[in-house]
Design a protein around this ligand. Structure first.
Ligand SMILES: *Cc1c(COP(=O)(O)O)cnc(C)c1O
Length: 467
């Protein structure tokens, strides 16, 4: 008999269940704050008015008190998850960690591929993990409601679900072209009781101004943020909330990595490579944090990879500098890998992850060379997405498929070298509302657009000057 490794695989199949779903008592009770284990911490946020490190007091005008504490806390290692949030998590967590046996077989690789599936809730992504936390702290503070913006729609949907659960008002400003292109996303949000306004709108001063100047505009994320912030600051009992980039969001997302760690421990598996797609950095940060902690404390070693689109390459081609988190320049400034807050990815880019900057934690870890970053083109991302869907039976979100693409590439390398690496990636969500993009790919009408150095230099030239 030829030993082709299939015997080993048979044994694994018997001892390790296909889906590593943890029992409820294994739902982590703490979030893990990786900043506590970093010797060199991320740079402080700056106040856009003074350009000096922002005070707790100034931040409280924008975010809820408890979230301000979490944002500024870089020393507390474990932060208890309030019981009410745990109760909500129990509806859809622990999320399954799945061994991709069929994909391994299809690729003929000796590598073992695992993925954490975060699309297992109605919002269809990991964003619900932070939405419920942010909504909870707003409710707990006695606030009436929250505003936010949404582009692709996952964040708005997650926040609508969290707010309806806690009986909190939710106003979502949705970029007008998405509002029109994704009517079903909009309807899911309304089903969960959110009010959804296409942006720019006549409901805000900034919206009126933009519409007067550009009556036919299809909107942008930056404009939607400005409208959401305006409404939050002008409405009694309201705050504005963000679905990524901030350290508090990354903290809430560590539930993802902590569950992976617990499942791997239970089954005696050790990952070698850990991969996440990177938009604002919250899922990749949440996934890798607990493992990074082990690396920082010198206990274990792993390879971490953040994957971004070639059309919006913040880590791989961006610059490490202070920049605004929003186009309206209202939010605090953050030191991060950025393409410049005026950078707008090509409209032909439909693969998600369109944010100009990156989490300050991910940026600092990347700067310290503790994380690798790679960028991929959207046509190869969709090709990987379809290959994955056909063998694993899950239709992935385009964002998640960036991680799939790189996981598959590494598994193929293992086939060449014979290495038996254990690969973990985060499947952040499902792609049912992205069928317009899949249609373009299936019709071979999808194009890749890679910004030129000149375009990036022009955008860098508009970065704020910090003395
Ligand atoms: C928002 C989103 C992302 C990217 O956001 P991060 O903050 O970088 O995690 C990735 N995948 C899905 C499905 C998303 O909705």
């Amino acid at each position: 008999m030829i030993n082709d490794g299939s015997k080993q695989r048979e044994i694994d199949k018997r001892t390790i269940p296909y889906k590593l779903i943890l029992e409820e008592r294994e739902l982590p009770k703490y979030w893990y704050n990786v900043r506590a284990d970093m010797t060199k911490k991320p740079a402080p946020l700056l106040d856009p008015e003074t350009m000096k490190p922002i005070t707790e007091e100034a931040l409280r005008k924008v975010f809820c008190d408890e979230l301000v504490k979490q944002e500024l806390d870089d020393t507390t290692r474990l932060i208890p998850i309030p019981r009410e949030i745990l109760d909500f998590y129990k509806m859809y967590r622990p999320a399954p960690l799945i061994r991709a046996y069929c994909l391994e077989e299809k690729l003929g690789t000796p590598a073992k591929i695992y993925y954490k599936f975060e699309g297992n809730n109605t919002s269809g992504s990991h964003k619900l993990n932070s939405a419920i936390a942010q909504a909870y702290y707003a409710k707990n503070q006695g606030l009436k409601g929250v505003t936010t913006e949404t582009g692709a729609g996952q964040w708005g949907t997650a926040l609508a679900m969290a707010c309806s659960y806690l009986d909190l008002e939710c106003q979502v400003y949705m970029v007008k072209c998405s509002y029109e292109q994704k009517p079903f996303r909009r309807e899911v949000m309304r089903t969960f009781g959110a009010s959804v306004t296409p942006s720019p709108s006549m409901t805000t001063e900034i919206g009126q101004k933009i519409l007067a100047a550009h009556p036919d505009t299809s909107g942008s994320l930056g404009c939607a943020i400005s409208e959401a912030v305006e409404v939050a600051t002008k409405t009694e009992g309201y705050r504005y909330v963000l679905g990524s980039v901030l350290s508090q969001v990354l903290l809430h997302q560590t539930i993802v990595g902590l569950e992976c760690q617990a499942a791997f421990e239970k089954y005696g598996v050790e990952p070698d490579v850990i991969i996440g797609c990177a938009g604002g950095g919250s899922n990749v940060g949440g996934l890798i944090s607990p493992f990074m902690g082990e690396k920082l404390r010198g206990e274990k070693d792993y390879q971490f990879i953040a994957v971004e689109p070639k059309s919006c390459p913040s880590l791989t081609r961006g610059t490490y500098a202070y920049d605004y988190c929003d186009t309206g320049n209202i939010c605090p400034l953050q030191k991060m890998y950025t393409l410049g807050s005026n950078f707008i990815p090509s409209p032909s880019h439909s693969g998600g992850l369109r944010y100009h900057g990156m989490s300050s934690i991910i940026s600092e870890l990347y700067d310290q060379k503790l994380i690798d970053a790679v960028s991929v083109e959207q046509t190869e991302v969709f090709a990987a997405a379809e290959e994955f869907a056909r063998v694993e039976g899950i239709l992935p979100a385009p964002e998640s498929s960036h991680a799939i693409k790189v996981a598959m590439d590494i598994a193929k390398e293992c086939k060449e070298t014979g290495e038996e690496k254990t690969i973990l990636f985060c499947l952040t969500g499902t792609g049912y509302f992205d069928m317009y993009a899949y249609e373009k790919f299936n019709n071979k009408q999808m194009e890749d657009y890679i910004p030129t150095d000149e375009e990036l230099q022009a955008s860098f030239a508009t970065l704020p000057e910090i003395k």
